[in-house]
Design a protein around this ligand. Structure first.
Ligand code: AMP
Ligand code: GLY
Length: 417
């Protein structure tokens, strides 16, 4: 099978790594990719937001499957363009991707499907904003309705800051604060059949102890030893299947990866957000544990034949990933700094420890930083403590001037807290 992956972050590196290990994949391309992905896939330049260009590239490569990684191309209709060219694509249509592209749309779908989520108001005027803020009280949760690359959500005790953020958005969702640990649960779906993956936890704040600003994600681990073993079944029944059914009944079936961001509150599971694609960095740990070859599953989802796929097989190992971010991330990250030590990880650490690239590019012989999140250092081990130790040992080998990483990824879970 010939597979083309669209995107160029650590998530796409994890996808390409898994696909490259799949015996059914005999040609693997990534567009535009990055310096690390170049080691497992052939890179092609493309404007990932240009559906016609992606469809042309897929046709030229005679791809049997296109996998669209990030949300922006999905919302821009890249899957639709590839599908229209007659090529199977893993990734929802632009209409179905509104589940991520519009918080208000997601809330409407959840209300119709009776999916548990925070109570909310959609506001467009200062009067509506004030009414909603006062209805819920602090802590305030204010979400830009549209795609905002992880920067659209403000959670704050400060009413003035909440109000200022709300007034800076055209349309805003103001909602009830949800207390409790967060879980990311992904499902692969063809619009009818839903196949859940294993849950993971992401660390969204920049600094240790969940301090500092929100980021795209600073690390992740899986499995979650503290979670109720029935969690996946419960979320399938109350969230994932009803959402997929609702979108199909609306005539906009969702096929691809449905990402449920959940809060485990004292009153039960609540949806914090949906995404229409694999999460980053959770994908790095979830795919590290997936034993079923990936390409066939994604192709079945693309072709509407997921009902023929047996349940996914998982490794009993634990996985941890630690993100190394640039100086000044998530504000204005500094780029162009050389990255050293990558070869040491490859040479010294075993095959269960590896570095996935996010924002990197090659400059002659050197690999340099090219984005906010630069690397996602991933390891598996017999338990979280071992996976953590291996990941941090590799992190210590890497040198990137001014870089930052959290030192507490999976720490609490590894200690049984
Ligand atoms: P989102 O972009 O919707 O995932 O929001 C980013 C982060 O903001 C989430 O991972 C949560 O940590 C936090 N957040 C979002 N919605 C809520 C909520 N209703 N209550 C508490 N925290 C929230
Ligand atoms: N890890 C958060 C996200 O992918 O949106």
């Amino acid at each position: 099978m010939k597979v083309l992956v669209i995107g160029g972050g650590a998530r796409e590196h994890a996808l390409c790594r898994s696909l490259s290990l799949d015996p059914d994949v005999n040609a693997l391309y990534c567009a535009p990719g990055n310096a690390g992905i170049a080691e497992v896939a052939e890179l092609r330049p493309v404007d990932a937001l240009d559906g016609a260009a992606v469809a042309r590239l897929a046709t030229e490569l005679e791809a049997d499957l296109v996998v669209v990684g990030p949300e922006a191309p999905l919302v821009a209709g890249v899957s639709d363009a590839v599908r229209a060219a007659g090529i199977p694509v893993f990734g929802p249509s632009a209409e179905a991707a509104q589940l991520e592209g519009s918080k208000a749309f997601a809330k409407d779908v959840m209300a119709a499907a009776d999916v548990p989520t925070a109570r909310s108001y959609v506001c467009t005027t200062p009067e509506e904003v004030d009414t909603a803020l006062d209805a819920f009280g602090a802590p305030y949760v204010v979400k830009d309705d549209g795609l905002a690359a992880g920067k659209g959500v403000v959670v704050t005790e400060d009413r003035a800051a909440a109000r200022a953020h709300a007034l800076g958005c055209d349309r805003v969702v103001i909602e009830e604060y949800l207390d409790g640990p967060e879980v990311s649960l992904f499902a692969i779906t063809d619009g009818v059949t839903v196949l859940p993956l294993q849950p993971a936890q992401d660390f969204k704040r920049a600094l240790d102890g969940d301090e500092g600003p929100n980021t795209g994600g600073m690390g992740a681990y899986s499995p979650l030893p503290w979670a109720d073993p029935k969690l996946v079944d419960e979320v399938m029944e109350t969230v994932l299947q009803p959402t997929v059914d609702e979108l199909r009944h609306r005539g906009t079936p969702f096929s691809g990866l449905l990402y449920a961001g959940l809060a485990i509150t004292s009153r039960g599971v609540r949806v914090i957000e949906f995404n229409a694609r694999f999460g980053d960095p959770e994908t790095q740990v979830v795919l590290a544990r997936l034993r079923t070859p990936l390409a066939g599953v994604l192709l079945h989802a693309a072709n509407g034949t997921l009902d023929t796929e047996p349940p996914l097989r998982w490794s009993a190992d634990a996985a941890v990933t630690v993100v190394i971010a640039s100086h000044n991330y998530p504000e204005t990250p500094r780029t162009g700094d050389p990255i050293e030590g990558l070869a040491d990880v490859a040479a010294e650490d075993g095959p269960d420890t590896y570095v996935l690239h996010a924002g990197t590019r090659r400059e002659g012989e050197a690999v340099v930083s090219a984005g906010g999140r630069v690397l996602s250092v991933t390891a598996t081990g017999s338990d979280l403590a071992q996976a953590r130790e291996k990941a941090y040992k590799a992190v210590a080998r890497i040198r990137l001037d001014g870089s930052q990483h959290r030192t507490d990824i999976a720490a609490k879970a590894a200690e049984g807290r």
